[in-house]
Ligand binder design. Structure first.
Ligand code: UTP
Length: 299
């Protein structure tokens, strides 16, 4: 019997330098894709997977992330007086006590951010969400973490979500050395962070969802700095391979790298086009804009 996954860590203390100047005063996790901030998508995905306790690892200038899940009395009073639809606020309602914050005083890397949550995670397996990686399941399907929890219930141990990218993009990511595969599940024989192209063991990159056993906290405790001078989660996970089962789940859905400007624009367009309330208008708008461009450039 595997222990159920009830806790999730959301590391949100990064500097967001790829998205400057937008992220100078606003945390990147609060950038909205259509009308929901990135952190809301991640928390909704966690709830869908049965996770109850959300642990935010925050840093300087990130308190608005936590406030997003507060009850906004003045707003609610005014909306109610004016007869406005308050259901839009429903996803932002957290069960009292279920949002917990810990601080990462200095952004020393993803691995360090996760380690900052060790006292709250305790001796339980837990999930990790990187909210700037927006994972959207197929229509009628389930979200990424739910797919992972279902796999976890079968194989236990540690799981990471992966997706395939063109080989030339691999040096920007954590990459798995794949073993035996069974459907969406692949055994992980090794992990390497940002390998040079010639040394990359595959094109399966680690995307921002994990289910890990609590032992990772002890590995992180003594983890040296890795790529980029940061304490890397990938390096700590790599050390656990062989001691515990380690699998990758190929996500059935779309992933958008919303930590980059291009990925963010793609996510906004893709999600707006899918929306019932605006998809058609957005398509017409995009066609009009493209038509204008072609006229100007004489094509
Ligand atoms: P990124 O690699 O996207 O780094 O972190 P970043 O600092 O947020 O953004 P850039 O690269 O400078 O643009 C992946 C995740 O890990 C968190 C980030 O908030 C993000 O969710 N993180 C990263 C921390 O919480 N602390 C850190 O020290 C580093």
């Amino acid at each position: 019997m595997t222990k159920p996954i009830k806790k999730a860590v959301f590391p949100v203390a990064g500097l967001g330098t790829r998205f400057l100047p937008a992220t100078k005063a606003i945390p990147k996790e609060l950038l909205p894709v259509v009308d929901r901030p990135l952190i809301q998508y991640a928390v909704d995905e966690a709830r869908e997977a049965g996770i109850e306790q959300m642990i935010f690892v925050t840093g300087r200038g990130k308190t608005a992330i936590v406030e997003h899940f507060d009850v906004a009395y003045e707003l609610e009073d005014t909306m109610s007086e004016r007869g406005k639809d308050m259901s839009v606020l429903n996803p932002t309602r957290a069960t009292p006590g279920d949002i917990i914050t810990v601080r990462q005083q200095v952004p020393m890397g993803l691995g360090h951010a996760i380690w900052c949550a060790r006292a709250i995670v305790g001796e339980e397996p837990f999930a990790i969400f990187l909210p700037d990686e927006l994972m959207i399941g197929k229509p009628g399907g389930t979200g990424c973490m739910k797919q992972m929890v279902e796999a976890y219930e079968r194989v236990g141990g540690n799981l990471i979500s992966v997706l395939e990218v063109p080989m030339e993009e691999v040096p920007s990511y954590g990459v798995i050395d794949p073993g035996a595969a069974n459907g969406a599940l692949t055994e992980v024989k090794g992990l390497v962070e940002k390998p040079p192209l010639a040394e990359a063991p595959s094109n399966k990159i680690v995307s921002g969802r994990y289910i890990l056993q609590p032992e990772v906290m002890r590995t992180l405790e003594s983890q040296e700095k890795g790529a980029g001078g940061e304490i890397q989660l990938t390096d700590a996970m790599a050390k656990m391979i062989g001691d515990q089962p380690f699998h990758a789940v190929t996500f059935d859905g779309n992933r958008y790298d919303c930590g980059s400007k291009l990925g963010f624009v793609e996510a906004t367009l893709a999600l707006a086009l899918e929306r019932e309330d605006m998809g058609e208008d957005v398509r017409a708008m995009a066609q009009r804009l493209l038509g204008q461009k072609e006229l100007v450039s004489g094509r």
